[in-house]
Design a protein around this ligand. Structure first.
Ligand code: BES
Ligand code: ZN
Length: 875
């Protein structure tokens, strides 16, 4: 049977049609027993049946195949579990009759603690530790719960039965049809599902509370939580019901299952999972506490709920054919969640906030180690790593670009017809393009293939030339300075000063020109008050490099507030990227930053903050003697916002101001602003004395914790110890996350070391160990040494998936010297696996880019002069 080993895909002899699955989890021994009966269609002559199974022991003698055609019952001569390939090979004594038959087998497995397959999650009730049993199957872990054909295109119907302790709640994709109680055990039977993929099957068993509502067409919606947290489920419930109605109208098809459950799971690796009819979440992504959660937490809940509900159509009803098309799921759901949230919460300006995600995508995609949206997958272990900013944020960005190009109405109409056509079935990227092409009459495939089949994106250099013309030239934008021959069809839009005119064109070759006489009159070259902005509202997935003349005009326009928020954002973000790529000096970026001193808009200011923080870290390496002036400049730049927002929430203030306050205070703390640090410590003390003090509302808690950590050292550990106490005492996951996100920002490397060790203790759930981990610049190299020394332990604790990759990225990518890069390369030489290799390569590339950036800044001769001048400005 050697021919079945080492293959990326299952052989196609047998096609599963229906599964009857029975599972009996034991929450004290952490084991489970199960049986499965699969209706198979044997479609080609074979002696072997090959299916997926991993970490399951098949009960010997339990395997049988009964052919419907011949009524023959066959037993395999061998049943070989090949763990390396996660398959089970059943070899029969003779050829299996074609047509339908039933494969039966029994098995046992472990309720593991790895947050995948069928696993256990711990929670406490009245101080007592309890466990729930939970499944997480995407991408390839259904095989850890029951033997199956674990590929997304092999859709089947599922009938599930659970044997559980009678006092517990047991949930699955479909409603319960019947329950039989037999003393301490009950058997729960569920309705059969519609056709669906294995990765969407789900089961949860535990002590649970819920709140309930229903949609206008009678779908019963419940949000489940641990006992005692049901009040925190109300916000998500409201969002879920309204979002279902919104999608029903957008897709022109209602939600098709009779019920929808959303459930908060205390231990959960991802943010949430769109299991059909039973969506699982980490607590921070579903629960909202009116008193103790922050505005950002509220927005996160709405975003994640909307994202997972979008999958109920785009992913669950229509599923990708293979993981190469994962982006169809994730890119689309990411885009769609913004559409839904914008509809529910227009004051959040989620499309403006989307630019943050747009930048995440541009950042990752400017690495040579990026990958195309449609990425080749040859082994199951490669799939985890493509749940990244390319599949999600770049995917969503190219959909936004296309939506803008085709128009909202044709786009929606085509999506609805695509969903109708592929409902209960599978589709690939090309199928979506075909639907959009038919619905819009525009050449969608030709345009989009360039964006999804090749990695990277262009930067368009623009200059003003004689005869009132704009000249464009595209080339791939790479942070490491490498060149390529890649080209794209770039939808270029542009707007012009007070003329308010837009002009668009498709740039289909390397360079092009645009006559703008009719828009700007005849004197644009001489009249420097006319500014020109490309990529209006940043809808195109590219960057723009303006010539010096155009840049100067834009600077003035920004100061005079002539540009709208998305365009102000784009100019800033592109300039920052060009600086990091060493295509423009730091002095130009700093001069541009100084145009933003009057900025009020949330998304522009948060990006400004992020950029200032990165520049500060780089400057600390490149020119430590200028660090004080750099800090002073950034403090001055943040002062207007700081004064406007203060520490205390204003009556009736906007959601965005509530979120911004914490961001500005964090920035000021990181730049060492004395009064902020003092005030933070004072308010923190008040909070320690009374957790209900009005002096520390939820929106500024994390910022305060960061400020407190800036004043902690081995000589003064009060702040650190107090934060650990806050962490230990709270039952609110969002509060724990705030503390964890602040600890490593301490400038004392010895404290950073203590923090890192703390992250690996049982007090921190695995899912949170590297979540939002941002090590101070002073602690970076210590963190790397610690990482090397603890590698075995980290690997043992976190396993090979996304959890460890988060750690690798957080520790490696901030490094900024060529010596460190060498060390990292040596270290990973023989420690990289198929599931970490992309992350390792990307993180090393990022560190190398930092190192080159540091070197180039050291060579800037005018830097000191410019920084000192800027540090003296006020805004
Ligand atoms: N399908 C994913 C969950 C997932 C992620 C499964 C990685 C397996 C591996 C889910 O729809 C998702 O995308 N969740 C996001 C949240 C979302 C709002 C971006 C997540 O987990 O972060
Ligand atoms: Zn998703």
């Amino acid at each position: 049977m050697a021919e079945f080993k080492g293959q990326p895909r299952l052989p196609e002899f047998a096609v599963p049609k229906h599964y009857e699955i029975r599972l009996k989890p034991d929450l004290s021994s952490f084991r489970f027993a199960g049986s499965v009966a699969v209706d198979l269609d044997i479609v080609s002559s074979t002696k072997a049946i090959v299916l997926n199974a991993a970490e399951l022991s098949i009960t010997s003698g339990s395997v049988s195949f009964s052919s419907k055609a011949t009524s023959e019952v066959m037993k395999p001569v061998t049943a070989e579990a090949v763990e390396a390939d996660e398959i089970l090979i059943l070899e029969f004594p003779e050829t299996i009759p074609l047509g339908i038959g039933v494969l039966k087998l029994e098995f046992e497995g472990i309720l593991n603690d790895k947050l995948k397959g069928f696993y256990r999650s711990a929670y406490t009730i009245n101080g007592e530790t309890k466990h729930m049993a939970v499944t997480q199957f995407e991408p390839v872990d259904a095989r850890r719960c029951f033997p199956c054909w674990d590929e997304p295109a092999l859709k089947a119907t599922f009938k599930i039965t659970l044997d559980v302790p009678s006092q517990l709640v047991a949930l699955s994709n479909m409603p319960v049809t019947k329950e039989e109680v037999d003393g301490s055990v009950k058997t729960v039977f569920y309705q059969e599902t519609p056709l669906m993929s294995t990765y969407l099957v789900a089961v949860v068993v535990g002590m649970l509370d819920y709140v309930e509502d229903h949609t206008s067409d009678g779908v019963k919606v419940r949000v489940y939580s641990q006992v005692g947290k049901a009040d925190q489920a109300k916000f998500a419930l409201d969002v879920a019901v309204k979002t279902l109605e919104f999608y029903k109208s957008y897709f022109s098809i209602p939600y098709l299952l009779p019920k929808l459950d959303l459930i908060a799971i205390p231990d959960f690796a991802a943010g949430a999972m769109e299991n059909y009819g039973l969506v699982t979440f980490r607590e921070t992504a579903l629960l909202f506490d009116e008193q103790r959660s922050a505005a950002a937490n509220k927005q996160r809940v709405a975003e994640v709920v909307a994202h997972e509900l979008a999958h109920q159509w785009f992913g669950d009803l229509v599923t990708m054919k293979w993981w190469t098309h994962l982006w169809l799921n994730e890119g689309f759901a990411t885009w769609m969640s913004h559409l839904a949230n914008d509809n529910l919460f227009p004051e959040w300006k989620v499309w403006t906030q989307f630019l943050g995600e747009f930048s995440d995508a541009l950042r990752l995609d400017s690495l040579e180690e990026s990958h195309p949206i449609e990425v080749e997958i040859n082994h199951a272990s490669q799939i985890d790593e493509i749940f990244d900013a390319i599949s999600y944020q770049k995917g969503a960005s190219v959909i936004r670009m296309l939506h803008n190009y085709l128009g909202a109405e044709p786009f929606q109409r085509s999506i609805a017809s695509y969903v109708r056509k592929y409902a209960h079935s599978n589709a690939k990227t090309e199928d979506l393009w075909t639907a959009l092409e038919e619905g819009s009459g525009k050449p969608v495939s030709k345009l989009m293939n360039l964006w999804t089949k090749q990695k990277g994106y262009p930067i368009v250099a623009v200059s003003l030339v004689e005869d009132q013309k704009l000249k464009f030239e595209q080339s791939q934008f790479l942070l490491n300075g490498a060149a390529s021959d890649s080209q794209w069809i770039v939808p270029i839009s542009s707007c012009y000063g007070s003329y308010g005119e837009h002009k668009s064109l498709l740039l289909e070759s390397k360079s092009g020109t645009l006559d703008i006489k009719e828009f700007v009159g005849s004197n644009v070259v001489e009249d420097s008050s006319v500014w020109i902005k490309l990529n209006v509202a940043q809808t195109g997935f590219y960057r723009v490099k303006y010539d010096n003349d155009l840049t100067a005009r834009l600077r003035t326009a920004i100061e005079k507030k002539y540009l709208n928020d998305m365009d102000r954002y784009g100019i800033l973000d592109d300039a920052f990227a060009l600086c990091m790529a060493r295509q423009q000096p730091l002095t130009s970026l700093l001069t541009l930053l100084s145009s933003y001193g009057q900025e009020l808009e949330y998304i522009v200011l948060t990006n400004l903050s992020n950029i200032c923080r990165t520049v500060q870290r780089i400057a600390a390496d490149a020119t430590p003697e200028l660090l004080n002036s750099v800090n002073q400049f950034f403090i001055n730049l943040s002062m207007n916002s700081a004064k406007r927002l203060g520490w205390d929430p204003k009556q009736g203030e906007s959601h965005l101001d509530s979120m911004l306050r914490g961001d500005i205070l964090t920035t000021l703390s990181l730049f060492g602003h004395g009064p902020t640090l003092t005030e933070a410590n004072k308010r923190f003390q008040a909070y320690l004395d009374d957790r209900n003090t009005p002096l520390l509302p939820p929106d500024i808690r994390q910022a305060t914790y960061v400020a407190v950590m800036q004043t902690v050292s081995t000589k003064n550990t009060w702040g650190y110890e107090s934060l650990l106490r806050v962490y230990r005492e709270t039952d609110l996951s969002q509060e724990k996350t705030r503390v964890l996100g602040a600890l490593a920002s301490c400038p004392d490397p010895d404290i950073v070391l203590q923090v890192l060790n703390f992250l690996l203790t049982p007090e921190v759930r695995k899912q949170d160990a590297a979540l939002g981990l941002a090590v101070s610049k002073e602690g970076r190299e210590t963190a790397w040494k610690w990482f090397k020394a603890n590698w075995e332990n980290i690997w043992q604790t976190l396993g090979s998936g996304s959890l460890i990759n988060r750690f690798i990225k957080a520790i490696v990518s901030p490094l900024a010297s060529s010596e460190m890069v060498k060390e990292v390369e040596n270290f990973f030489q023989n420690r990289t696996t198929a599931s970490t290799s992309r992350t390792v390569k990307q993180s090393i590339e990022k560190a190398r880019i930092n190192a080159m950036w540091v070197e180039s800044i050291r060579k800037e001769t005018k830097l000191a002069e410019v920084v000192k001048e800027l540090a003296n400005r006020t805004y």
